[in-house]
Design a protein around this ligand. Structure first.
Ligand code: PMP
Ligand code: GLN
Length: 412
């Protein structure tokens, strides 16, 4: 999906709200951290890092998770640095999954979970999130619901991994404590299963984010994954990590030792500095992360207003930097209906139409589903709002053209 829509957006000069990467320079303290390491007098900071991670970075991460999880995390044994969260997922999935093992994914699911499970010889079992209809339930638990009966039914004696992602890409769902407690109960019933917790958006959560590993008994069952790319708007640095008990993190670290052996040392040195400075007051906020969350809340408000003004239903995210928009009432022009008739998923044709005709690129969420239930994505498009305000405003202006393609309001 990235190979198609990023070049297409560039070709037709669409405003790109497709691929989710921040459209601004990282903060000065982040830029300075990297320029300082380039002139360091410590030659070791230019050489291979310790395979499991440069120690100052492991220490900064251990300290971050010590406060987030309410337990002391050992930087030597309970942290492993990776090539972005993508690398963390790869080495963890490949560390655990043997041919024939099953991996339970909650869909829509970030596309590389499927491919990484399959390259490890594993089999994906998917459980779809469902839209809530009852307004009261939406107010209490958000727009998307995980059916615990369906989740339990996906488990069997071949299940090796459960992968959860909160805050969630692409829906923005943030799992509530009661939901996580039910997941914990399920994991207790299946002691062989390891839970991979993709929490790369942990600081971009508009409602309290609860790490599963902080629940009673869950530390020993979880590998929690994070990314400096999301925290500091530096997706190109590719620094990510895994945190968990030694017996689990070791599987991931050993796998990595035979792949790239170590992650870019200067980037690790710089990120360790960023994690330290981020806790200090920033731009009038108690720390950098509160500033970041405030920025994303503002951008979310601009995006919601843009989608609503264009006549799309904006499905409220509780975290991350995406909106799912309901496109049910858009009437596609004939050219795109022909693509659907030729077998293209409706959401895919819709995102082509948005990019080519409306001039705003969005991502078709069917890329985040197993083909058997990709139909659940038919009426949605994902818009990323991690872009400068002027870009969001330009997108808003262009999206107004969608009003011409609206089917009339259904009669009451
Ligand atoms: N997990 C999720 C849910 C993501 O959305 C992304 C990237 N946007 C990643 C993992 C990969 O992170 P990284 O860029 O650090 O590889
Ligand atoms: N995670 C980002 C997104 O969902 C980018 C993914 C990628 O380019 N692989 O948009």
């Amino acid at each position: 999906v990235w190979h198609e829509f990023t070049p297409l957006a560039a070709k037709v000069k669409a405003v790109n709200l497709g691929q989710g990467f921040p459209g601004w320079l990282p903060p000065k303290f982040v830029q300075n951290s990297l320029s300082e390491v380039s002139t360091t007098s410590n030659f070791l900071e230019q050489q291979y890092a310790r395979s499991q991670g440069h120690l100052p970075l492991c220490e900064a991460i251990a300290s971050r998770y010590t406060s987030m999880l309410g337990r002391t995390v050992n930087p030597m044994t309970e942290v492993a640095i990776s090539n972005g969260a993508s690398g963390a997922l790869f080495q963890t999935i490949h560390g655990f999954v043997d041919p024939g093992d099953e991996v339970v994914l909650i869909t829509p699911a970030f596309d590389l979970y499927f491919a990484q499970t399959e390259t490890a010889g594993g089999v994906c079992r998917t459980v779809p999130l469902r839209r809530r209809e009852n307004k009261q339930e939406v107010a209490e638990g958000g727009e998307w619901r995980l059916d615990m009966k369906e989740l339990r039914a996906a488990f069997n004696d071949k299940t090796k991994v459960l992968l959860i992602n909160t805050p969630h890409n692409p829906t923005g769902k943030v799992m509530t404590r009661p939901e996580l407690e039910e997941v914990a109960a399920l994991l207790r019933d299946f002691p062989r299963v390891v839970c991979i917790c993709d929490e790369v958006y942990d600081q971009i959560s508009f409602t309290p984010h609860v790490p599963l590993a902080s629940l009673p008994g869950m530390w020993d069952r979880c590998v929690t994954i994070g990314s400096a790319g999301k925290l500091f708007s530096i997706t190109g640095w590719k620094v990510g990590w895994c945190v968990g008990p030694q017996h689990l993190v070791q599987c991931s670290a050993v796998m990595f030792q035979w792949v790239a052996f170590s992650v870019c040392t200067p980037a690790q040195v710089a990120v360790s500095n960023c994690l330290r400075v981020a806790n200090e007051p920033y731009e009038g906020f108690p720390n950098y992360y509160s500033w970041l969350l405030n920025e994303y809340s503002r951008k979310r408000d601009i995006m919601r207003a843009a989608l609503t003004a264009a006549g799309l239903e904006a499905v409220e995210p509780q975290g991350a930097f995406f909106f799912m928009a309901d496109t049910r009432r858009i009437r596609l022009p004939q050219k795109y209906l022909d693509l659907v008739a030729g077998g293209m998923a409706r959401d895919w044709a819709m995102c082509r139409f948005f990019t080519e005709v409306i001039g705003v690129c969005a991502i078709p969420p069917s890329a985040f589903y197993d083909p058997v239930d990709a139909g659940l994505a038919a009426n949605y498009a994902r818009f990323a709002f991690c872009k400068p305000d002027d870009v969001l405003h330009e997108a808003a202006a262009r999206l107004l053209a969608l009003r011409e393609y609206q089917a009339p309001e259904p009669a009451e």
